[in-house]
Design a protein around this ligand. Structure first.
Ligand SMILES: [Zn+2]
Length: 341
């Protein structure tokens, strides 16, 4: 089975957007309170994914998507903790319903109710709810809830530790994933996302986080941002700082996905990063939607690139497509067995 570890629900019915608009309008009007939850039928949910995520799964021959709410829609900079919590609830509930409708196609990963300047305590609650009640197998952790202004402590600060303790207890990894950019200097998916990935890696490199949490696991999406391309720089920086080699320092804990939208990028990724640390992903539908005129295929059809890398053995491909995801998302096997029973 081919497991796509990075897919978002970017095709939700308009009722979800209306809920969010009402929520924002209440904040702008200085009112506290939550709009009533959107009414969305199962048919609407089916319709929203049949011609999008499911169609691409079928066409591309990928089996299961590790599925989370739309990342750019998380908008952690909007409102306070209560607003983010209500929004995360609504979004995660929809993912849960889709996983129940399509148990062979989706398994859930949750959005967290983060807020700038607020320790991630309510995120602990939501993570627990999604893992224990819904059978989700991970979360998306935003390293910069301010949306491009980086106001909170680095991911390696003790500020985040209570949340990591819960991740370790529940045995779930986090994908490092920023949301929308509020800073006009940074285009969201073109700059802010890649900055977030690269910044998180450098934070890990300079800290002893994984000494404190030897089993904590992070996936850095979008192929690791600029990291694989600059692997020599990071190895050299670690050496200059008298840090251990990268393999020892963080490769038991940090993984990279394959959301890199051309063959030379995937070739570089698979040459530089150990195969054990690479998880198949496409981030469909949405980050880049179009068809590459040079190939005639969608940019985000990443399976084609992995299939085309000549230096990969079949055993390597099996690890990238399936085995690594099962190892990193350690609750996945149990969750799938439960569904099959
Ligand atoms: Zn994403």
């Amino acid at each position: 089975m081919i497991i796509d570890c990075h897919g978002h629900y970017t095709t939700s019915p308009k009722e979800l957007d209306l809920f969010r608009q009402q929520q924002v309008a209440l904040i702008d009007g200085g009112t506290r309170g939550t709009p009533t939850a959107p009414k969305i039928s199962d048919d609407q949910l089916r319709e929203s994914v049949e011609k999008a995520q499911l169609k691409f799964q079928r066409e591309r021959g990928t089996g299961l998507t590790i599925f989370s709410p739309r990342a750019s829609g998380m908008g952690h900079h909007i409102g306070d903790g209560a607003v983010s919590e209500a929004w995360a609830h609504v979004c995660n509930d929809l993912i849960h319903r889709l996983c129940a409708l399509y148990p062979e196609n989706f398994v859930g990963v949750c959005q967290l109710p983060q807020t700038p300047g607020v320790p991630p305590t309510n995120s602990i609650r939501e993570l627990e709810r999604c893992v224990k009640e819904f059978g989700f197998i991970g979360c998306n952790l935003n390293p910069d809830p301010s949306g491009g202004y980086w106001k909170d402590p680095p991911l390696t600060d003790r500020w985040w530790y209570p949340f990591y303790e819960k991740m370790v207890e529940l045995d779930v990894p986090a994908m490092i994933h920023v949301s929308a950019s509020c800073n006009p200097n940074f285009h969201a998916t073109g700059a802010h996302y890649i900055n977030g990935d690269t910044t998180a890696f450098m934070q890990f490199l300079t800290s002893d986080l994984f000494k404190d949490f030897p089993t904590l696991k992070f996936i850095i999406p979008h192929g690791g941002g600029a990291v694989p391309y600059h692997w020599g720089r990071y190895r050299g920086l670690a050496q200059d700082m008298k840090r251990p080699p990268l393999k020892e320092l963080l490769l038991n804990n940090v993984f990279f996905d394959t959301c890199v939208y051309h063959l030379p990028g995937i070739e570089l990724l698979t040459r530089v990063v150990p195969i054990e640390n690479i998880l198949f992903a496409s981030e469909m539908v949405g980050a880049v939607k179009g068809i590459d005129p040079e190939t005639g295929y969608h940019f985000d059809d990443t399976k084609r690139y992995i299939d085309a890398v000549k230096t990969l053995s079949e055993a390597d491909r099996q690890k990238i497509y399936e085995a690594n995801a099962r190892r990193v998302f350690s609750r996945l096997d149990k969750q799938l067995a439960k569904r099959a029973a």
